[in-house]
Ligand binder design. Structure first.
Ligand SMILES: C[S@@+](CC[C@H](N)C(=O)[O-])C[C@H]1O[C@@H](n2cnc3c(N)ncnc32)[C@H](O)[C@@H]1O
Length: 236
């Protein structure tokens, strides 16, 4: 019988028990309910080899999923309907918060390199692909542009950026996205934090201006949100 995505999540999150109950349960819930992880893996949105940098990687969930996927594929325990997972992709992450860095390192061991840093200033190593999921909303418009400019300079032509953000033109769904984020910030003790959203058209225009060709994929399936995944390829 073909393995289910939930069995892959079981494999990916086992080692989060080392990082404590909160990290373990959060990892399982996020991988199950956020459609972006499933979409990236099933649709083969990442390159097979090279180096991937996950900016604002949080607990390193994408790396955990990719590591488990590679292992399950090697064991022949893979659903043939899904794309082959990246086999030789080096996994790196940069995360601001010490406790998340520590938890990610405990869970991922030496299979991924997680650095503590602020993506606004951290050095970006040469890479084949960059992923930024739900992070740029915390930066202001100038900072968003600067980090995207630095990524464009770091990636070789053909290099890929996957960026997910809420679509500010998404109507009621956008209000749900922004409200949920504000509530999370309040719950984390960050107060009513300024959040900086753009519409899908604005993100596409900015990425094209910086030398990317862009597809926008809706990425809120099964949720009330207005998230969009931008698949941007460096062309010039
Ligand atoms: C909503 S979480 C998303 C985490 C991860 N990308 C994921 O999808 O599981 C946003 C993350 O970005 C991190 N972050 C926010 N601003 C950052 C910055 N300037 N530099 C590095 N990380 C940052 C936060 O600490 C948090 O872990």
């Amino acid at each position: 019988m073909s393995p289910s995505f939930n069995s892959l999540i079981d494999a990916a999150t086992l080692t989060y028990a080392r990082a404590g109950r909160y990290a373990y349960h959060f990892a399982r819930s996020k991988l199950r309910h956020d459609p972006v992880f499933r979409a990236i893996l099933k649709n083969g949105l990442l390159p097979n080899e090279g180096r991937l940098i996950d900016l604002g990687c949080g607990l390193g969930l994408l790396s955990a999923l990719l590591i488990a996927a590679r292992r399950q594929h090697q064991l022949g325990n893979w659903n043939p309907k899904w794309s082959t997972p990246p086999q030789r992709l080096e996994l790196h992450g940069i995360e601001l918060l010490d406790w998340k860095v520590e938890a990610a390192r405990q869970a991922l061991g030496d299979k991924a390199t997680i650095r503590q840093g602020d993506i606004r200033t951290a050095e970006l190593p040469a890479c084949t692909a960059v992923i930024i999921l739900d992070v740029l909303l915390y930066l202001n418009a100038d900072e968003q542009r600067q980090i995207l400019q630095r990524i464009a300079r770091t990636l070789q032509p053909g290099g890929m950026l996957l960026l997910r953000e809420g679509d500010a033109a998404g109507g009621l769904r956008f209000h749900a996205t922004s409200l949920a984020e504000h509530i999370c910030c309040l719950w984390r003790g960050q107060g009513w934090q300024a959040l900086h959203y753009r519409s899908t058209a604005e993100w596409i225009a900015l990425l094209e201006e910086l030398g990317f060709s862009v597809d926008a994929l809706p990425m809120s399936q099964g949720t009330p949100f207005s998230n969009v995944l931008f698949r941007a390829t460096r062309v010039s």
